[in-house]
Design a binder for this molecule. Structure first.
Ligand SMILES: Nc1nc2c(ncn2[C@@H]2O[C@H](COP(=O)(O)OP(=O)(O)OP(=O)(O)O)[C@@H](O)[C@H]2O)c(=O)[nH]1
Ligand SMILES: [Mg+2]
Length: 425
């Protein structure tokens, strides 16, 4: 008799690099003295040391910042509940890397485990001229700096790859012929090696879902992590929205697998000025009127959150408005699991209204009446892929929640097997 097919617990229809969990982190990466800790402090309102000397940061600093969202503000204003919980982005401030870091230069290899512990990178690029702030390579040249960091990360990944291949070969040898190296493993590692040897990050390759799953399982590469390039300009350049470095940086990013959306020009000097004026509203207003440009901190947070493949849905009621962070592509039962495991195990259905429909139809009230009347209050089942900003009320049963797992999965498997697996673009 053929072995029984295992019942798979399908949690999402997206196959992507990286870990599947909701508390993913963005790490601040770049050369020393480029403004990583200063940005970290501004984003998270911390006071990590950010002094004017290279390698000021040694051990990583971690904190979180609320994700700004006008939709959340609207719901909070409408309900005015006693408890309100926005979504949060976790941010880690990491030590600076220099040329040769992968071979132990500067603070050496410690950076590897620190970058491995995050899920995406804010790559901070210095584009501010200032003789008082030392540059480790003596001059301002953002393209050279981008190449330095990219090359060090690729070299480090080559090390990881080599170690993974050696470990896999040892397993095959030990098995004494019972087990052969999978062709998928050999083909994938050959492809990765060719990319890394020419300083191309693995994320820029084109990969099948099977290759992505293999990479996730076998090696913790750092160049699979998504990147946002944050370009730190002088206040003068930021105010005039022009910098001689920006076109060069944009060219480099687009030639290296990125898109213009992956670049966020900002200015620590400008953001620190706004921060210093935060308790003087009149002066702040005058300054903002004068300069006609806005802070970029909100954009940095939301872009970071999106880059990690995260999104959230809302629960809204008299007691609480809350954002529940989930991975993009998450199915309704697993989204319910963000609230409590019993909600996932005992999931019956989700009552859903898209935020925009609620906003447009609520007539300034909290009632779902007008939304139902317009046919926009939906009942969704186990295969529903939750959308960013859905307002959801889950129905669940304690009876189902306490059924043994295999029985529950068997009951669910028919419906769930209809959900296609797709590779993240
Ligand atoms: N003029 C100017 N100085 C800046 C700017 N951004 C950062 N600095 C200064 O540069 C110095 C280093 O800033 P940090 O934020 O500590 O830099 P870092 O990248 O964390 O440096 P390491 O921890 O050494 O890797 C500090 O004195 C900052 O005030 C900027 O946009 N303009
Ligand atoms: Mg620092």
């Amino acid at each position: 008799m053929p072995p029984k097919k295992a019942v798979e617990d399908v949690t999402s229809n997206v196959v992507a690099f990286g870990r599947v969990r909701k508390n993913l982190k963005m790490g601040c990466v770049g050369l020393p003295n480029v403004g990583k800790s200063s940005l970290f402090n501004l984003l998270t309102e911390q006071s990590a040391p950010a002094e004017n000397y290279p390698f000021c940061t040694i051990e990583p600093n971690e904190a979180r910042c609320a994700v700004p969202d006008a939709r959340y503000d609207f719901l909070c204003d409408l309900w005015k509940p006693p408890s309100m919980y926005p979504a949060y982005l976790q941010v880690t401030d990491i030590a600076g890397l220099i040329k040769g870091a992968s071979q132990g230069e500067g603070l050496g290899n410690a950076f590897l485990s620190h970058i491995q512990a995050v899920d995406g990178m804010f790559h901070i690029v210095r584009a501010f001229d200032n003789d008082e702030v030392l540059h480790v390579d003596d001059s301002i040249d953002p393209v050279r700096d981008l190449n330095t960091i990219q090359s060090e990360l690729c070299k480090k990944d080559l090390d990881i790859l080599q170690k993974t291949i050696v470990a896999e070969e040892a397993i095959v040898r030990k098995a004494g012929g019972k087990y052969k190296m999978l062709p998928l493993f050999t083909e994938t590692t050959t492809k990765i090696k060719a990319m890394l040897e020419t300083d191309k990050p693995v994320r820029d390759g084109s990969w099948t879902p099977a290759e992505i799953l293999l990479i996730n399982e076998k090696m913790q590469l750092i160049t699979t992590k998504p990147v946002i390039y944050l370009v730190n300009l002088t206040m003068k350049d930021y105010l005039r929205q022009k910098s001689k470095y920006l076109p060069l940086i944009a060219k480099w990013v687009t030639e290296h697998g990125g898109t213009p959306r992956d670049i966020v020009p900002f200015s620590i000097e400008f953001e620190e000025k706004l921060y210093a004026l935060r308790e003087e509203p009149t002066k702040l207003e005058e300054f903002m009127k004068e300069c006609k440009v806005k802070s970029k901190l909100d954009k940095i947070i939301t872009e970071g959150f999106t880059k990690l493949g995260l999104q959230y849905y809302f629960t809204a009621g008299e007691k609480e408005i809350r954002c529940w962070t989930i991975q993009k592509g998450c199915l309704a039962p697993q989204a319910a699991g963000a609230i409590h495991g019993d909600f996932e195990r005992g999931f019956i259905k989700a009552e859903v209204v898209a935020y925009q429909d609620f906003h447009d139809l609520c007539e300034g009230g909290k009632s779902m009446g007008p939304i139902k009347a317009a046919g926009k209050y939906r009942q969704e089942g186990k295969t529903y892929v939750v959308q960013d900003g859905d307002i959801i009320h889950f129905q669940f049963s304690m009876f189902l929640a306490f059924l043994p797992r295999t029985k529950r999965l068997l009951l669910a498997s028919k419906a769930i097997s209809a959900v296609p697996k797709i590779a993240k673009d």
